[in-house]
Design a protein around this ligand. Structure first.
Ligand code: SAH
Ligand code: SF4
Ligand code: F3S
Length: 461
């Protein structure tokens, strides 16, 4: 089956033509769009950009899919369960389409970029009208126009590396926390990972473009800026320098970023984080495994010792420095002894947060061809073992903050007990009593207790 760029006769579609087509289709009423993004922050950020395009086309938004005229499912392909969830969701949406023949259902993002997924949707999910991958955002108006005017199904998963669009209007989901993509794609080809296949090669935005966007956000009152990239350390114009430039912007805000690859996590990066007061004192540094042979077979290009040197350097400069990480349990061929090396690494580093996953085979990656003898059930037991161990480490290690006062961004109120919750400068969850009016602002919280993954405390003025 061929999936070319859309066969659209409207190469230079005027946005007004699309807006008129939307008005005609919905009899001058404002149609509603429901959009859901799965996966990482990068994907959520893409969803916010897509919402910008959808808003400009004449739609408003709803959080109730039953009320929607346009449903957009922005997908993730990183593990098998992400796939299954999306297909389950598409099955459910069939009923909405039966009730409303005019409903437009769209599937986009990383999963849609995969040919076998697009084929499956084409054959087995006829109620889906629009499928496009991660390279097709610049065609969005054309694609939507084609679906609305011709009623035909449109598939667009062509891999084309286009210029990064600047000054795009985004519908952000928070008015105090903002994502800013600084680069797209990945060149690393870790053997288990699908991301380089669905997101293409690395492309970086210029320093000026990023600085301008952040200045605008700070002016608009945003308090937390999270810089995004699959590997921010390979930002083409120097990531530590970018952090220093952003730190010079005046205003009451702080900066986070995701993700860093250990192979290029330099002392310069650690220095920039520690020197810049607006850059939060936390590094998410996915290690994946604590065994050199497994790391090599994952094509990670660092050793456990190199990783530990980075951690030691940071902790020497700042004893409380917070690290978090990602772990893959049960990479093909991993033995129990090798898995135990990962546990030993966790004991050494003392992470504040660990995101661990059972290895999931991704079609088309190198690791998918490796022999894999350990059962999924067994891997699940290893994962449990790791989580239980990490739980204790985190709880004990968080104790270092008891008695200290941390700067926290108040983010929401918990339903169960009305406590406010937010993240500290060190990226630790902190819960405390306070007025809901504080949500969206910084507070100082004196820590009184550490329990499970969170800290508890009292606001001090
Ligand atoms: N670019 C980021 C990671 C993006 S994917 C980085 O390199 O840090 C987020 C996490 O998903 C990875 O760190 C890894 O732990 C996990 N992951 C990726 N592919 C996976 C797979 N096939 N099976 C299980 N976990 C996987
Ligand atoms: Fe995947 Fe590795 Fe790229 Fe991260 S660095 S996105 S794990 S290939
Ligand atoms: Fe998933 Fe794509 Fe992100 S595969 S993790 S949504 S880059």
């Amino acid at each position: 089956m061929e999936f070319k760029s859309i066969s659209c006769a409207f190469e230079s579609l005027d946005l007004n033509m699309l807006k008129d087509a939307v008005k005609t289709k919905y009899n001058d009423a404002t149609p509603l769009c429901y959009l859901h993004s799965y996966g990482c922050q990068q994907n959520v950020s893409d969803g916010e950009k897509l919402k910008g395009l959808i808003a400009k086309s004449g739609f408003s938004f709803t959080s109730d899919d039953a009320l929607a005229d346009l449903i957009v499912i922005n997908t993730c392909a990183v593990r098998e369960n992400a796939h299954e969830r999306v297909f389950g969701r598409l099955g459910e949406l069939k009923h909405l389409k039966e009730k409303n023949k005019d409903l437009i259902i769209c599937v986009c993002g990383c999963m849609a970029q995969q040919k076998h997924v697009a084929e499956k949707i084409k054959e087995s999910y006829p109620h889906v009208s629009l499928v496009f991958g991660t390279f097709a955002y610049s065609d969005f108006y054309k694609m939507l126009y084609e679906v609305i005017v011709s009623g035909r199904r449109v598939f667009n998963i062509e891999e084309k590396q286009s210029e990064i669009a600047e000054d795009v209007f985004q519908v952000r989901s928070s008015d105090f926390k903002a994502y800013v993509s600084i680069m797209y794609g990945c060149n690393n080809f870790c053997t288990y990972c699908i991301v380089p296949y669905v997101r293409g090669r690395e492309r970086s935005r210029t320093v000026d473009a990023v600085v301008d966007e952040v200045k605008g956000l700070v002016r608009d009152g945003y308090k937390e800026i999270t810089l995004l990239g699959q590997n921010v350390n390979s930002y083409a114009y120097g990531f530590p320098e970018l952090l220093r430039r952003l730190n010079d912007i005046e205003g009451d805000f702080w900066i986070r970023f995701m993700s860093s690859h250990p192979k290029d996590a330099t002392n310069e990066l650690i220095d920039a984080i520690i020197d810049c007061d607006k850059v939060c004192s936390h590094l998410h540094l996915p290690v994946q495994s604590g065994n050199d042979e497994i790391l090599q077979r994952m094509n990670r290009r660092y050793t456990v010792d190199k990783y530990l040197e980075t951690v030691e350097y940071a902790r020497k400069r700042c004893g409380d420095f917070s690290f978090s990480t990602d772990i893959i349990v049960g990479f093909p061929g991993e033995s129990y002894e090798q898995f135990c090396d990962t546990k030993a690494l966790l004991e050494k580093v003392k992470f504040d947060n660990v995101y661990s996953f059972v290895y999931s085979k991704r079609e088309g990656t190198k690791a998918a061809e490796l022999e894999d003898k350990v059962s999924v059930k067994q891997k699940g037991l290893w994962l449990r073992e790791l989580l239980l161990m990490q739980h204790e480490i985190t709880e004990k290690w968080l104790g270092r903050f008891v008695g200290k006062t941390l700067k926290v961004l108040a983010e929401s109120a918990k339903k169960q007990d009305g406590l406010l919750t937010g993240h500290s400068y060190e990226n630790i969850i902190v819960e405390f009593e306070g007025d809901k009016k504080l949500i969206g602002s910084f507070v100082n919280v004196k820590i009184t207790n550490a329990l499970n993954w969170a800290l508890f405390g009292e606001i001090i003025r």
